[in-house]
Ligand binder design. Structure first.
Ligand code: ANZ
Length: 884
């Protein structure tokens, strides 16, 4: 009668946990207990975006993994903090508002309600009192406050940690504080600044997108065409942190693949900057011994990672946006240059730099002088050179750079080899390189390089850089692929900037900004009647009522900034707020921060390998420099869960019709089965297809666990008659301790599928035993409870414990019980099982082999045969392979 019924057990325990606040984390981790170290675990899930579709079965995968670790660690005596919240700004709620007129906040609240219900239905041990949504006015307040930390100070000073950033040290030639020149200078130093560089404007979405959000000239979301056009934008100077973002990745316990992606994204490269004098130029004579910070007038500065190839530079290229385009274009070239530059303006950086794309370009008509040999070389304009990288100009060395090689071939420019790659290539290939008929980026030994001939590449790079520096025409340089972060969006449903533009008496912008005083934060979103974007890049907030739009700050009438922050902003610091969600004096109390940070375990999807994790690390480092947090890195250990695919092995999507709804799985099999199944599917980091049969399989297993302890045939709920206080046998103890050991270690390794397999073995074993001692069942229930917490609590209660097992002591294992006196070894002949021998557990290979051969049945079978192979797997089997 009393069958395993998750539909009654699960809501019962969820209500219990809620009512007793079982998983409330303390303000600070508990101090060390007697004889024990103080141990804390901050386990963080990548919080979901509360979409209208509700929870996806992909969410519970990582969430169950962290939950298992949290539940086990609580039982192991750790102070555990395990929070959950919602990344709730974003386009869909705004698009819904545009369609229906319903305020995005209403829609967002509805979606959050669904998500919260679903998360609770899955029995995760979150401290729900710490729940936050990035859209909470109170959270927005501190997001804006952090923006002011980025805005208010400036990056070079910020790097000198611990130094109070009180006084602006303005260069003497800028003038006194408060003058326009000084204000402009300070603006240039900020980590948040305005720029009107060309941006990716997406007319269909009515917004500007970050480079990362544009793929093949289309918006990542919705696949709409994206145009390039100049527009005033807010940028965050993440490039000032490029070096640290790269170097400080090293000690983190993150997947190597994620570290590599971040390194590539940051793209640090070292080389040299070199000044080429324009042939027709008058100025720009080098001043020996001093390489100027900015190139002198009449000088074209290039960035190269291969200064050792300077003697092979046969032309130069400037980007179509380079400030020298007009100056270098001769009268005869005016028209083709204008046409070319215009065409380039429609292409994205990606289109321009893709290796496979056909190279295009146009000659300016002008020349420059190569500083190493005085050669006069032509200057071209080509869009494979980007204005945003290095100096926006290159020296082209077609013999050793693929793009230059293609270009030189197409336009009939000389190709001059200056590096002999030596044995790295075949004799024929090497000859082709030296003859300028083949490109080779390989290092080697210098040729055709005057006095430097014979110098190995690495050494030559240093020598020539020093040579250039002595003459004031070059110097070492570092460059990053990383670009500053485009931080504004032309949308309504985002955090307003805590900034306003100063207006003069006539109501015209002065070009200066005022920050909203901290005491006036948050700047809440205004009431808007009409959410429709007007299809122009000006943000919807431009339609806000006057009272909102025109505040007076420090007695000056201003117009608020009407861009909003991107969705990334909220997820940049949510892990900090979880630690102190109700603090209304600061984003986080420093004592709390020091005690709980860093995050010990962060689990989420690999799709966040670069952007979210890079942005959050950047903000964290700024907060570290400002003394707000005490660790330079936020996330100590990172794990990416694999993708859960549809039953057909394809990505789950509405259009494929293969989406599995967690509500349905829970109503049919229960939350414990869903949790257990997702952990049993395979290793956490792997992608794996869904299988309803698999869910039903683990549900059967939980049914077997139930029947191991509960008498299903009785009328009322009571223990199975075999459950008793009899002492366990040696075999039973061995099984128990092997299971404790394996499950404990597997949880440490996040190897949940193998832990579950071990628990299945345990259940199969005890099902066949004549007794079911409590002394074995109780520790087993503890092991199972992090995985199937509702069933765990229920059985624990049935076994007579009135308290929740959430804080019961985790079972210890004793090696002594694992040892066996003797073991049975399977004996195979040519791979077929033919018999069994019993040998001492510590028998060596020779003893095992001798025992196997002496076993009468085996001896008979191998009599007179020559054995070509004798395989011994200690503790398991012997395989004898006779000839023929
Ligand atoms: C001469 C040269 C010779 C180069 C050679 C390479 C090989 P990374 O590693 O990506 O930093 N470059 C510099 N600025 C550029 C720009 N704005 N747009 C496109 N290309 C640019 O690569 C730096 C190399 O890329 C530089 O070194 C330069 O070409 C090119 F055998 O200079 B090299």
């Amino acid at each position: 009668m009393p069958r395993y019924n998750p539909a009654t057990i699960e809501p019962k325990w969820q209500a219990y946990w809620d009512e007793h606040k079982t998983f409330a984390a303390p303000r600070l981790p508990s101090p060390a207990a007697k004889g024990k170290a103080a141990k804390k675990l901050y386990a963080l899930d990548m919080f979901p975006y509360p979409s209208g579709d509700g929870l996806h079965v992909g969410h519970p995968e990582g969430y169950t993994a962290t939950d298992i670790v949290c539940r086990a660690r609580r039982m192991q005596g750790y102070s555990v903090i395990h929070p959950m919240g919602f990344d709730a700004f974003g386009l869909p709620a705004e698009e819904h508002a545009i369609k229906t007129g319903e305020h995005p906040r209403v829609q967002t609240e509805k979606n959050i309600t669904t998500f919260r219900r679903q998360l609770k239905m899955l029995g995760f041990s979150y401290d729900w009192d710490r729940e936050i949504a990035t859209t909470d006015v109170d959270y927005v307040r501190w997001t804006q406050w952090i923006f002011l930390q980025l805005y208010d100070t400036w990056f070079d000073k910020a790097q000198q940690k611990g130094r109070p950033i009180a006084e602006l040290e303005i260069p003497a030639d800028i003038g006194a504080l408060g003058t326009d020149a000084a204000r402009r200078w300070v603006d240039e130093q900020r980590l948040a600044y305005q720029s009107s560089a060309p941006v990716n404007w997406c007319p269909a979405l009515g917004t500007v997108l970050a480079n990362e959000e544009v793929i093949d000239g289309k918006s990542e979301r919705g696949d709409h065409p994206v145009e390039r056009r100049p527009l005033r934008q807010w940028m965050l100077r993440i490039t000032a942190y490029g070096d640290r973002l790269e170097k400080e990745l090293e000690p983190l316990d993150w997947p190597e693949s994620v570290k590599a992606l971040q390194r590539n994204w940051i793209g640090r490269s070292t080389g040299a900057e070199v000044d080429f004098r324009l042939a027709a130029g008058t100025n720009g004579e080098a001043v020996a011994g001093k390489f100027p910070e900015k190139p002198a007038d009449g000088v074209l500065r290039v960035y190269t990672t291969r200064p050792d190839t300077l003697f092979g530079a046969t032309y130069m290229v400037i980007a179509p946006e380079h400030p020298y385009v007009d100056r270098l274009t001769t009268a005869a070239q005016t028209e083709p240059v204008a046409t070319y530059v215009k065409a380039a303006s429609f292409k994205s950086d990606l289109d321009r730099t893709e290796l496979a794309k056909d190279k295009t370009g146009v000659f300016t008509g002008s020349y420059a002088i190569n500083p190493v040999n005085g050669e006069k070389i032509p200057i071209w304009i080509a869009d494979y050179v980007l204005i945003s990288y290095g100096t926006g100009a290159i020296m082209a060395v077609p013999a050793h750079d693929e793009r230059d090689f293609e270009f030189a071939q197409k336009f009939g420019i000389a190709i001059k080899a200056v590096v002999d790659p030596g044995e790295k290539l075949s004799a024929a290939e090497r000859d082709a390189v030296l003859a300028g008929k083949r490109v080779s980026p390989e290092a080697g030994v210098a040729v055709n390089s005057g006095a430097f001939d014979g110098t190995p590449t690495a050494e030559f790079k240093q020598k020539i850089t020093a040579w250039l520096a002595e003459r004031g025409v070059g110097g070492e340089a570092v460059n990053y692929k990383l670009r500053d972060w485009l931080f504004s969006r032309q949308r309504f449903w985002g955090e307003p900037f805590p900034l306003a533009h100063e207006l003069d008496a006539a109501g015209k912008p002065t070009g200066f900004l005022r920050t909203v005083p901290e005491t006036d934060l948050p700047v809440d979103l205004p009431h808007l009647e009409d959410f429709k974007p007007h299809g122009r890049p000006e943000p919807p907030l431009d339609k806000a009522p006057e009272e909102w739009l025109y505040p007076t700050i420090d007695g000056v009438r201003c117009k608020r900034e009407t861009n909003t922050m991107p969705q990334w902003a909220g997820s940049c610091w949510y892990y900090l707020r979880f630690l102190d969600p109700k603090n209304d004096a600061a984003p986080i109390d420093p004592e709390v921060e020091r005690a709980w940070m860093p995050v010990d375990l962060y689990i989420g999807g690999a799709e966040h390998a670069v952007l979210h994790l890079l942005y959050a690390r950047f903000w964290h480092k700024v907060l570290y420099d400002r003394g707000v947090v005490s660790t330079p890195e936020p996330f100590h250990k990172l794990v990416n869960q694999g993708m859960i695919l549809g039953e057909n092995g394809e990505k789950m999507s509405k259009s494929r019709g293969n989406v599995v709804n967690p509500d349905e799985v829970v109503s049919e099999y229960g939350a414990d089965s869903l949790r257990l199944y997702e952990m049993f599917m395979g290793p956490l980091p792997d992608s794996k297809p869904w299988s309803m049969e698999g869910v039903s399989g683990v549900a059967n297993f939980l049914g077997r666990v139930w029947r191991l302890i509960v008498d299903e045939r009785a009328d009322e709920l009571k223990l199975h008659e075999l459950v008793s206080d009899t002492p366990p046998t040696a075999d039973q103890l061995r099984m128990l301790h092997a299971t404790i050991k394996a499950v404990t270690e597997d949880i440490d390794k996040l190897s949940f599928n193998t832990a579950i397999a071990r628990m299945m073995e345990f259940v199969n074993f005890f099902n066949k035993e004549a007794t079911r001692p409590r002394a074995c069942l109780e520790p087993f229930i503890k092991l199972l409870s992090p995985f199937a917490p509702h069933l765990g609590e229920e059985l624990w209660q049935l076994l007579g414990h009135p308290q929740t097992l959430a804080y019961a002591d985790w079972p210890d294992f004793d090696e002594a019980h694992l040892r066996r006196e003797t073991v049975d070894i399977v004996v195979q002949i040519a791979g077929k099982v033919r018999g069994k021998v019993t040998v001492p557990a510590d028998a060596d290979q020779a003893t095992i082999l001798a025992a196997a051969k002496a076993e009468p049945k085996i001896a008979e079978l191998i009599a007179g045969k020559q054995l070509v192979k004798e395989i011994v797997v200690p503790g398991r089997l012997v395989n004898l392979v006779p000839r023929g």
